[in-house]
Design a protein around this ligand. Structure first.
Ligand code: ADP
Length: 394
């Protein structure tokens, strides 16, 4: 049994993902997912070693969801009282300009996360439900907030500030905060470790359902594709990524859609889903193979956006030493990696077709020895990163 563990909680509007992590070994000891909270029928799963349990029942709210988690631990294990939990780490999407690292959740930090709800309307209120429910169950443990935006607080002003009217931008705190920072920090750190150099110009591509790119110089983020919210940047599973904001003005004037509907359209009904009908890249490939034109177009748009960002960030950094793929698509989709790297041949990028095609859960280099840029696949592990950051405060 680990001598110290951290319970990591990622609370969404209708879900709670949790993992009991050993921060030393990096191993998840147990994990679970409570889904469809507040809906007509809820669902929960818990996995501990070889044991897995599922539960279907109505789950009224996050407090009840957290009670189900506690029940899973006490019936299926491991017993939380003897698991040496030293902290509960909470993933928080929006930390605004206030947090450049993890923070112990006292009343002041709690209030700040509340104050930040208007900047993270789709995420922070849900995180607060998770924090409040978890504090009821674990009143004596330190609770630590780990912010998705923290890694990007180092962004230089010229990368973080939009060319929006200064007074309006400052009054409403509109700037590029970024997101997925925990993942970008973890993955770029792994690359630094693997290559044994900390003087690197890196691009990390976190390509999951949400997708983001970051430019990292000597361990510090200098640019990132997500902005005020996770909507900006790359083409995602169901988000537009970059789009002229005048499209919003146009739709407001030309249709009877209101702000909430537009929010839903841009965040949930666009991206690969809106272009091809599918937000899962595996299905997109199947459709392309079956001759679907929309799927082929969608894939081309997805790759085009990636090429643009890699080009831009290489210019911003004045060079590129390492290009790293991570998250669901980045780690598993050889076709995406190949299609992008082919377009980067002008930078001297060369990947080894066999290494790229190999399926593996290990961090690895997929470029050839003569490639001008080292190309890597590094599995992200946000739970471990959150656990380690939480540990650093207790
Ligand atoms: P998130 O955490 O943002 O929900 P993930 O990082 O788990 O997303 O990535 C999920 C996405 O990864 C899926 O929607 C799918 O498109 C993609 N994906 C997962 N496995 C594969 C695979 N073997 N090949 C291609 N894409 C995959």
């Amino acid at each position: 049994m680990a001598t110290q563990t951290v319970l990591v909680i990622n609370s969404g509007s209708s879900s709670i993902k949790y993992q009991l992590v050993d921060p030393d070994s990096g191993e998840p000891i147990a994990k679970g997912l409570i889904e469809a909270i507040g809906e007509d029928s809820g669902h929960a799963t818990h996995t501990y070693g070889e044991e897995r349990r599922e539960l279907d029942r109505v789950i009224a709210d996050h407090t009840e969801g957290m009670a189900i988690m506690e029940e899973f631990f006490s019936t299926l294990g491991p017993d939380l009282a003897s698991s040496h939990i030293v902290a509960v780490g909470h993933r928080i999407v929006q930390g605004g300009k206030y947090f450049s690292g993890p923070a112990l959740i006292d009343e002041e930090v709690h209030d700040k996360i509340v104050d930040l709800c208007p900047l993270g309307p789709l995420h922070n209120p849900a995180h607060l439900k998770g924090i409040d429910a978890a504090r009821k169950i674990f009143p004596d443990l330190p609770h630590v907030a780990v912010f998705d935006t923290a890694f990007f607080q180092s962004l230089p002003e010229e990368a973080a500030r939009y060319a929006l009217n200064r007074e309006v931008a400052d009054t409403y705190e509109i700037r590029r905060y970024g997101a997925h920072g925990t993942s970008h920090q973890f993955v770029s750190g792994e690359v630094t470790r693997m290559l044994g150099r900390d003087d690197l110009k890196q691009i990390v591509l976190h390509l999951g359902n949400g997708a983001s790119a970051s430019a990292v110089v000597n361990g510090h983020a200098v640019d990132t594709s997500m902005g005020l919210t996770p909507l900006e940047g790359l083409v995602m599973g169901s988000r537009t990524g970059d789009i002229d904001p005048a499209a919003v003005f146009h739709l407001l004037r030309q249709t009877d859609m209101g702000v909430d509907e537009l929010d839903d359209l841009f965040n949930k009904r666009s991206g690969m889903k809106g272009l091809t009908g599918d937000n899962d890249m595996r299905r997109v490939h199947e459709r392309i193979a079956a001759g679907d034109r929309d799927a082929a177009d969608g894939f081309a748009i997805y790759i085009h956006r990636l090429v643009s960002y890699v080009g831009a960030y290489t210019a911003v950094m004045g060079g590129l030493d390492a290009l790293t793929f991570t998250a669901g698509i980045g780690e598993n989709d050889a076709k995406v990696r190949e299609a992008l790297c082919e377009r980067l041949a002008f930078l001297g990028v060369r990947i080894d077709a066999e290494a790229n095609a190999q399926r593996s859960g290990e961090a690895r280099v997929i470029s050839t020895p003569d490639s001008a840029v080292t190309v890597l696949v590094v599995p992200t592990n946000e739970e471990l990163a959150i656990a380690r950051q939480a540990m650093s405060l207790v």
